[in-house]
Design a binder for this molecule. Structure first.
Ligand code: RVP
Length: 484
């Protein structure tokens, strides 16, 4: 029958990268990429918009290491705004939320306050925020025990070196060097305090030389919004989010596309539309979107394909969408199903510009939730946003229509536990390291070159078995491989 003349669709385990002549050492491979038309990353990796994966801590960690965290939307709009601001402020040169002292506090009061707020120095300001001096632990030390009731105005350093708002890190460092100081208050209109630059802050920024930053040097931030959540989209945009992700299990839906268009027209941030998995869906989305996200059912905690019978194996889905999106110069993100670094680089070979992962990062310290112990092993919770637990907390909209909200859920995800993994930094190191090595095997120095140059071979079941360690008993676990 016609109906049974069906096209084949492939996923990660069905293919391997064909090795090619190479002059590229893995550590020379450049992983810079675009996640959306206007936002660049230094590593092509995103953490999933899931309530057991990405909140502010993960967002900060991902951006510091060159990628992007996408905040989930199972939090109210105000909380999301705070989390976006937290990411944007994390590595700012100028601290805006400055801890200040007043001249008529006692030394003891200021000492306690600095302790409580975790700072080792504070500008001293008058009633109109004019800078009168600066007080640090060094100024306070001689007053301990004997002069604790003396006033700040006496103990502070009153010759203060300040700088204007447009100071660069280099200029601030020069001032600090010249005057042997560690803090420079930032002032406007002569002496009104508006911020503070610290030596500690500058050194911290320097540590993250791979960080993904916006034009002003702040970390990049991403956030998910429901396809009909115009208010959330506006609020996140105003808070300074760089990329908004329209978060929908099946974005190739008339209402979702129309509403996404409206959101795109209203915000300054880039808008990525997803998820999709076919050429036709891509053709609709690339018409207005700054990026498209691919994945119908590949997620580790996803039961969409089982429950609904619909889906698209991920390598085929990515390559179909990429065929269309590349003609419009719209970046593609491969979302879901990535277990190993090899899967991630295969997704890029299939045409993705970046990959999004949930389970890979859910067990790290930076993911929300606490560590649980079962049978002497450590785990963290990881659940689908279409699971009963997540939907009860507000994520349901991704998987069902609004009018169904009061009814019993038909979930499309499960709730699970995933091994505890420690810091996300070492996970990213393995993930990106493996991807670079993959670029080396294909002889490509950059992501665009790799997308062009890579070719797949088809793998049989026997070939697949050969790929994994076989006929041995693994004695020591590798940091980047565990048998499923
Ligand atoms: P994985 O990395 O395989 O764990 O997949 C993560 C992705 O799975 C998410 O980015 C999202 O697209 C998808 N997801 C999230 N919740 C569910 C679900 O409940 N079905 N699916």
């Amino acid at each position: 029958s016609e109906k049974l003349r069906v096209p084949e669709a492939l996923t990660f385990d069905d293919v391997l990268l064909r090795p090619k002549e190479s002059r590229v050492e893995p550590d020379e491979a450049d992983t810079a990429t675009r996640v959306s038309t206007n936002v660049e990353l230094n590593v092509p990796v995103l953490s999933a918009a899931m309530d057991t994966v990405t909140e502010g801590d993960m967002g900060i960690a991902m951006a510091r290491h060159g990628g992007l965290g996408v905040l989930h939307r199972n939090m109210d709009v105000e909380t999301m705004v705070e989390e976006i601001e937290r990411i944007k402020r994390a590595d700012e040169l100028i601290i805006r939320d400055v801890v200040t002292a007043s001249p008529d506090q006692t030394v003891r009061e200021v000492d306690e306050m600095m302790d409580r707020r975790g700072v080792s120095g504070a500008p001293v300001v008058g009633d109109d925020d004019e800078v009168l001096g600066i007080i640090s632990a060094t100024d306070i030390r001689p007053y301990l025990e004997v002069g604790e009731e003396d006033l700040v105005s006496e103990a502070m350093t009153d010759e203060v070196v300040t700088a204007p708002e447009d100071v660069t890190a280099r200029e601030a460092l020069e001032l600090m060097y010249e005057h042997k100081i560690e803090r420079v208050p930032i002032v406007e209109n002569g002496d009104r305090l508006i911020g503070l630059v610290t030596m500690q802050g500058i050194l911290q920024r320097r540590e993250y030389d791979q960080a993904a930053r916006d034009d002003e040097g702040a970390l990049v931030a991403g956030a998910a919004v429901g396809p009909f959540e115009l208010d959330r989209a506006r609020a996140a945009d105003e808070a300074g989010v760089d990329v908004l992700f329209i978060d929908c299990a099946h974005a190739h839906n008339r209402n979702v596309i129309d509403s996404s268009r409206e959101i795109e027209a209203e915000v300054d941030a880039d808008v990525v539309v997803g998820n999709i998995g076919t050429r036709e869906a891509a053709a609709e989305a690339v018409d207005f979107a700054d990026g498209v996200k691919v994945g119908i059912g590949p997620g580790s905690i996803c039961t969409t394909r089982i429950v609904t019978g619909a889906g698209m194996p991920q390598i085929t889905a990515v390559s179909q969408v990429a065929d269309v999106a590349s003609q419009h110069d719209v970046p593609v993100i491969a979302d879901g199903g990535i277990r190993y670094s090899g899967d991630a680089i295969k997704a890029i070979a299939a045409g993705a510009d970046a990959v999004m992962l949930g389970s890979y990062f859910a067990g790290t310290d930076e993911a929300p939730g606490r560590v649980i112990t079962m049978n002497g092993k450590k785990y963290k919770q990881y659940r689908g946003m279409g699971s009963v637990g997540a939907m009860n907390e507000g994520g349901g909209e991704r998987y069902l229509k609004e009018e169904e909200e009061d009814e019993e859920f038909v979930p499309e995800g499960v709730e699970a536990a995933t091994p505890y993994k420690g810091s996300v930094q070492s996970e990213l190191h393995q993930l990106v390291g493996g991807m670079r090595s993959g670029m080396g095997y294909v002889g490509a120095e950059t992501i665009p070159e790799f997308k062009d140059r890579s070719e797949f071979v088809r793998v049989s079941a026997a070939g697949q078995q050969e790929s994994h360690p076989h006929d041995v008993m693994i004695t020591d676990e590798a940091p980047n491989y565990s048998p499923d």
